[in-house]
Design a protein around this ligand. Sequence first.
Ligand code: MSP
Length: 577
Amino acid sequence: MATRNSQFRAISWASQFLSHKRPSWKCASCKNGRPTSILRRSFATAPKDGPKKSYYVTTPIFYVNAAPHVGHLYTMVLADILKRWRVLLGEDDAQLLTGTDEHGMKVQQAAQLAGMDTQAFCDRNYKTFEALAKAANLDNNHFIRTTDPAHKEAVRYFWEMLEHRGYIYTAKHEAGIQLAMKRSILNRRCITLWIRQLARRGCLIFQVSTVTGKEVEWSSETNYHFRLSAFQDRLLELYDTGFIIPGKYMNDLVKSVSSGLQDLSVSRPAERLSWGVPVPGDQTQTIYVWLDALVNYLTKAGYPFPPGQEGRLGWPADVHVVGKDIIRFHCVYWPAFLMALDLPLPRRVLVHGHWTINHEKMSKSTGNVVNPFFAIDRFGVDPMRFYLARAGSIVEDANYDNAYIIACYKKMLQWGIGNLASRTIGCAKGNLRSFIVNAASNQLPPGTASDQNYETFLENMPSEVAEHMKVLNTHAAVKAIMVIIEQANKYFHEREPWKQGPESPRVIYNVTESLRIAAILLQPFMPSKAQELLEMLKVDTSNPERRRFSAAAFGSDPDYGEGVEKKVLFPPLIIEE
Ligand code: MSP
């Protein structure tokens, strides 16, 4: 491969970067003589108190080589809950980005297998992910495709900047290439030797993948490398700032980065991989699909940024939501690329566990997947969102189980919320409004110690939920909201307001408030059902202030309850086994 001069494009505002002192070395064709560390620059971590920018959350972008499964739906829903939570807090301009990863070997080969033109294959398949975002009621502001021209332009620019700053050089890259259809690239650690005895003819020695057991062939090729090794210290410092949530995943990464970082091969020969963005000025090489894909988060934030407008569309991202299998890409490569360009770093990466079936990872390669469209059709979009958030775990893997979804639906939604709402409305005998009016004018009967304890509990719960959301623990947050419902049911049964005792109006009011508060807090999790419950209670949902987090305070809405009638919020499931 011919070495070449950097083809630095003349974009007038690119001069912002030119003012930096260039590293003392230049793009070289070998590693000899390169320094072991790189000068620390000013954006070690994202500026915390910069000008106000929109809250910006992202999902990973999904490979279009196969159809989506419930694991993908989970990632989408988590990110959507985080976005909707910020809207609940009053940040109407919060941004959510999702999309599809359309370049690389996997997609190239899947298109070949399907006997289709690769672009046509992507044009067909990305639609399924877009449809899933819609079916899951994602409130995404953007849907990116890595084949979008604007994205390809951003990738080229990003590359040129890395190269211009001296972080890219050419070198020999040695790797095992998996024979057979998949041809995935493996490093030395993933390869072992197998010896097969041949009857009376000695033996054959094979190199095989330790993961798949398939035969690999050792190959050596020259391509472009990124000076990842120079960022080890700064990455370790970054992990100290709480960059990775939860901490469990961070500990493994710290161990691995502390043991040393190799420079990273960031291109592939175009003769092997043609489906991607060509290296600017060198058509014989294609940019590594992960470098290409990670830049998507910048593309939709308006990269390349005109000077002074870096944060205009939300960069740096507040949260990247990712599954645990792609931590290294998001927590090692991505921050290192950004550090190399002095770009602000994403604030946090939220890593979640995997969904399993019979305790094995749900995965398109093994085929043990649940079709998310079928699940949504069967249980409804809100119950599915609720189930995934409630049963899914950030820290551990979670086992997908239809029986548990049904149990969850019956116990928590149908009985827990739906039945409580009907019974409370029943107790109010068609005049729920009068209890709200009396509460607002302080005319409810004085309560017992049990009523007062319950009111204190209700006053405290919204901030407990908010604390969980602050640390991105959607699982703990929805669990805490459901504690409101559980306690409200318990209180209702203990205090028996249907007997119309002297304190009953206070009990009815307290339980109604529990439903209103829970409905407000549930909006990010079950947007439609929460809205239905608020409408059922005749909360003025056309007034955004009545459904914000600030309205989830005990006694804060004096105006609801007029003409409330019973409705079935969670109808019985039609179960076909
Ligand atoms: N294209 C890359 C991501 C690039 S982001 C710049 C990719 N795509 S993927 O389609 O394979 O996976 C997308 C997401 O789905 C990843 O976060 C992955 O962890 C997640 N999941 C895939 N299988 C999963 C489960 N079984 N359970 C939960 N999430 C899972 O990786």
